[in-house]
Design a protein around this ligand. Structure first.
Ligand SMILES: Cc1cc2nc3c(=O)[nH]c(=O)nc-3n(C[C@H](O)[C@H](O)[C@H](O)COP(=O)(O)OP(=O)(O)OC[C@H]3O[C@@H](n4cnc5c(N)ncnc54)[C@H](O)[C@@H]3O)c2cc1C
Length: 382
């Protein structure tokens, strides 16, 4: 058992760390304040190959693996989570379904631009009336000749409305199974398709420099060939995508938790109270020590889940544990880092204020903490 990174992995971690500090850190606060999408940062991430990290070179990828993506996400989130979630959603929710389930034609059409970061894709599963209970999907797609006709709506879809969004994959009810349950399938809907409309961006508490919209499909017609993978396999497809995605969200949460440690150590050495730096007081040291412990153990949890996934072993339970633990400790660390910063921690100009606002969603997105507990308990035979 060896959790140390290879030279190649260390080099990737360092290059993303440098990029986050030199390119993301100086400009992201303004995007966050203005709620604008950081196109220039995303363009540079594309040039670095980050959107192609876990994909083979034959599709325009970097030939790395899912763990490489997680390392990059951790380093980005250590500085900013809007940028990290844009990458996470683009790769693990946007391009990955096409890579895993798409036909050769679909891969050839979409992957090169998605993997270069030139274009983004969204993943439309959640609906205004149903999130955790994804089986409750109401959006319908009916085959009419050689076209799917889609009607319904999707809520909170990341990367679905940027100037460079090329498509969303949408889960829809396409029929009824012999046992009476819904037949769910996944369909590719290119941006700009008539009948597909994107609402203005939500006003969010955090992740304000990332792109999130409600989508509506009103007699939206796409070619029958836009079906992603087999008809009726939609449920199995999104379960697989979400299992993997949980490891990536765990990595992102660890990054945020570690960023809280970084900022707290720096601030505690500088800030004076009662004639000494606050870091000289044991009460502050213990807070920081606990934060570091939490980030470290959550990191090991996602490393373990990723290692199992890459070895082709079952990893559902470990991915849920990693996501549950990492998101919980990210919220803890953000709260404590804000406390260490006192009143300044409540000011948006300090990164910890952003960390605090960005942490809560980690306990909700890609499966709430309650859903993670359900997955773990079910895997234990309960
Ligand atoms: C910023 C942002 C970006 C997002 N991006 C995407 C995206 O790109 N694509 C996408 O498809 N979705 C996306 N989502 C949606 C996200 O995945 C859902 O919000 C999440 O899965 C929860 O669903 P819900 O909001 O409908 O909550 P609900 O499912 O309504 O849950 C409400 C509460 O009830 C609890 N609950 C539900 N069922 C049970 C149960 N059986 N037992 C105990 N407790 C239960 C939940 O844990 C939660 O606390 C995004 C959300 C946000 C906020």
């Amino acid at each position: 058992m060896d959790f140390r990174l290879s030279e190649e992995q260390e080099a990737l971690r360092e290059s993303v760390r440098d990029f986050a500090r030199e390119v993301v850190a100086p400009t992201i606060a303004e995007h966050y304040e203005q709620h604008t999408f950081p196109y220039e940062i995303i363009r540079q991430m594309g040039k670095m190959g980050l959107f192609g990290l876990p994909f083979p070179e034959e599709h325009g990828g970097m030939g790395g693996d899912y763990f490489a993506l997680c390392l990059a996400l951790e380093e980005l989130a250590r500085v900013d989570s809007s940028v990290a979630i844009t990458l996470e959603a683009a790769v693990s929710l946007g391009a990955m379904p096409i890579y895993r389930f798409g036909t050769d034609e679909q891969k050839a059409q979409w992957l090169p631009k998605l993997l270069s970061g030139e274009a983004l894709a969204g993943f439309g599963l959640t609906e205004p009336g149903t999130g955790s209970d994804a089986g409750g999907t109401q959006t319908r797609a009916v085959l009419d000749g050689d076209e799917w006709v889609i009607n319904g709506s999707k809520a909170f879809i990341t990367n679905s409305g940027t100037d460079i969004t090329a498509l969303v994959t949408v889960t829809a009810v396409t029929g009824t199974k012999p046992d009476g349950s819904k037949e769910l399938s996944t369909i590719i809907v290119p941006s700009g398709t008539p009948g597909f409309s994107v609402a203005p961006g939500y006003s969010k508490v955090g992740w304000t420099a990332s792109d999130t919209h409600e989508l509506t499909f009103d007699d939206c017609r796409v070619p029958a060939a836009n079906l992603l993978g087999e008809r009726g396999r939609g449920f199995a497809q999104f379960l697989r995508i979400l299992d993997e995605g949980r490891i990536a969200i765990a990595a992102l949460a660890v990054g945020l938790a570690q960023g809280c440690v970084d900022e707290s150590v720096k601030y505690a050495k500088e800030r004076q109270a009662f004639g000494r730096p606050i870091g000289a007081y044991q009460a502050i040291q213990f807070k920081v020590a606990d934060m570091e412990m939490k980030a470290h153990t959550a990191r090991l949890a996602y490393y373990d889940a990723a290692a199992r996934m890459l070895a082709g072993e079952p990893f559902k339970r470990q991915a849920a544990i990693a996501k549950l633990h990492a998101s919980t400790i990210a919220v803890d660390n953000a709260r404590e880092a804000t406390q260490i910063h006192g009143g300044y921690g409540f000011m948006n100009e300090y990164p910890v204020a952003r960390f605090w606002r960005d942490s809560k969603i980690l306990e909700i997105g890609e499966g709430t903490s309650e859903v993670q507990r359900m997955i773990i308990a079910r895997d234990l035979g309960m």
